[in-house]
Design a protein around this ligand. Structure first.
Ligand code: COA
Length: 529
């Protein structure tokens, strides 16, 4: 076994361990508590909701770790499960509260994750199913989750807008939906409630008693019978979770089949063993890679149809461009090669390729492994700023589906040019080799140390060698920690940390889902010549 493979298998074991914590909050005790209430763990419900034998592509399982909210250091899985699955053959976005995490209440990260799922759904024209079981806003943090845009109200605004566009919003209520949370039931196109399990009201019994003196049980105030027989706020009455799941599937059974807006070829396996990625990816994050070998491992028949292969060798090929197929879907590729520093020739080539792919309506895959654009007088004089901006302009304006896969350093403006979060890729996937930060720990330590040294010298108290070393080490630890895929995933700076062997499955899902909407016509701003 190669040293690289041993290293990456071990890194992915750490990923497995953290995922385990995310998906079993509270352990067996919490599952037993759910069972007593007549509830299944949320992922079991989802597996019954999607077509038998199909996969649930769960997003952002590491969300919420280490957020250090007041009194609550970790929010496993962000307290909410989101992901894509097929219902009657149609890709559907599923958003489900996990009541094992603080009664499914919404922390800032819970909201961010819920809204991110809705954003994907709206963009890709997916119906949504909400499995609602939440105590609403996490009250100690109301100022951070209630009043602003992208806070609580945005979830319901999104439901209204999507349903107006014909995207079905279906709610299965299987627990508490109090105050603002009640709107997830009432705003749905159709909602299903479960007898003696689901409640929905603008104010719960304690608040009602306080405000009006009325003493009433939750069931009589806003249970399934009340809303399906009296208020009309919900549409389907079910006796248990199994029946409710079947009802949601029934409601979605007459939805028209989705159509892929691209010519999909027959799916072929790579000729090279896809597992070879574990051997070819250097354990050292900043060591150069041979991305052509990587492409062979992830593409159908290991075929890479390269564009401008011989252009500006040694500088232009720090980015390679071309086309591959992923499970039959043709994809335009812009991939960092070697150490991935982007010279102006590479930026020009990439911008040109992005425009070409936009014109022939080929989706784009950015394989990011770049510490930044080339600096220094030669590079500046040759127009690295200008050509880098053209690449960023092309990335911003490309109207085709875009997916970013990060397999190494992801620093500086290369994050922009290679379609980082601000450039709205349809999906971002990280790996255990991803490091996303404005610059590497080593570079950041150097810059910050020079500032600190100058200030200390000016104040007549120059730094000792020991102080400099301690400062350097502290900064490297901070920057490298914040660049780590776990740190970024906790904050939803990517949509999922995937294992190397999962790359093809996730890319093919992402492109398929992104291609359910028709690709528009290209339109680019002014390039400089
Ligand atoms: N804000 C902060 N914490 C909350 C909360 C909220 N809105 N709702 C529940 N919690 C916490 C509880 O304090 C408890 O914390 P602990 O485990 O540290 O003790 C944990 O979540 C579990 O709550 P619990 O009441 O034991 O769960 P349950 O399954 O028996 O009941 C609810 C769930 C949602 C019916 C119930 O918690 C409830 O009515 N919550 C208040 C809902 C509300 O009024 N929300 C208004 C906000 S818009």
């Amino acid at each position: 076994m190669s040293e690289n493979r041993i290293f990456w298998e071990n890194e992915e074991k750490k990923l497995d361990e953290l995922v385990q914590q995310a998906v079993f909050p509270g352990g067996d005790k919490a599952i037993a508590r759910l069972a007593k209430q007549g509830k299944k763990p949320v992922r079991e419900l989802i597996q019954k909701l999607i077509d038998p034998g199909t996969t649930f592509f769960e997003l952002s399982r590491l969300a919420g770790f280490g957020m250090n909210y007041p009194g609550v250091p970790d929010i496993p899985c962000g307290g909410i499960v989101t992901g894509l699955g097929k219902i009657h053959g149609n890709w559907t976005m599923i958003v489900a509260n996990d009541s094992r995490v603080k009664a499914g209440t919404y922390f800032p990260i819970t909201l961010k994750k819920h809204i991110r799922a809705q954003t994907i759904a709206e963009r890709c024209r997916l119906n949504c199913v909400y499995i609602a079981d939440s105590g609403g806003a996490y009250l100690p943090m109301q100022a951070e989750v209630f009043p602003d845009e992208n806070h609580f109200g945005t979830m319901f605004y999104n439901m209204a807008k999507m349903s107006a566009q014909g995207l079905k919003q279906i709610t299965l209520s299987t627990g508490g939906n109090t105050a603002g949370g009640a709107y997830i039931v009432f705003m749905a196109c159709q909602s299903v409630m479960i007898d003696k399990l689901a409640y929905s009201f603008l104010g719960g019994p304690p608040l009602v008693k306080m405000a009006t003196g009325e003493i009433i049980s939750a069931e009589d105030l806003g249970g399934a019978k009340v809303h399906t027989q009296i208020s009309g706020g919900a549409d389907h009455f079910c006796l248990n979770q199994d029946e409710a799941i079947s009802r949601v599937r029934e409601v979605l059974s007459l939805e028209p089949p989705q159509k892929l807006h691209i010519n999909k070829y027959a799916e072929k396996n790579p000729n090279v063993n896809p597992d070879s990625v574990y051997d070819i990816m250097p354990a050292n994050i900043y060591q150069g890679i041979n991305v052509r070998e990587f492409l062979k491992a992830i593409s159908d028949e290991s075929a890479f149809y390269e564009y401008k292969q011989n252009y500006a060798m040694g500088r232009g090929d720090n980015l390679v461009t071309g086309k591959i197929r992923i499970k039959g879907i043709p994809v335009g590729v812009i991939a960092s090669n070697g150490v991935g520093i982007i010279f102006f020739e590479a930026a020009r080539k990439a911008a040109e390729w992005i425009v070409r792919c936009s014109q022939d309506k080929t989706p784009l895959l950015f394989i990011q492994n770049s510490p930044g654009y080339m600096i220094g007088s030669e590079s500046e004089h040759m127009g690295i700023g200008k050509y880098g901006s053209d690449m960023v302009r092309a990335v911003s304006c490309a109207q085709v589906p875009k997916v970013q896969l990060v397999i190494g350093p992801d620093n500086g403006a290369a994050n922009y040019g290679m379609c980082g979060r601000a450039y709205k890729p349809h999906f971002i996937f990280a790996t255990m080799r991803t490091r996303t930060a404005v610059m590497s720990g080593r570079s950041a330590a150097g810059v910050l140390l020079s500032i600190e040294q100058r200030q200390r010298e000016e104040s007549g108290n120059p730094m000792t060698e020991e102080e400099k070393q301690a400062f350097r080490e502290e900064m490297i630890a901070k920057y490298d920690g914040e660049a780590h895929p776990f740190y970024c995933a906790a904050r939803l700076l990517n949509d999922k940390v995937i294992k190397f062997r999962e790359i093809r499955d996730w890319l093919s899902m992402a492109f398929e889902v992104s291609l359910l909407t028709k690709i528009g016509e290209p339109a680019f701003g002014n390039f400089r010549f």
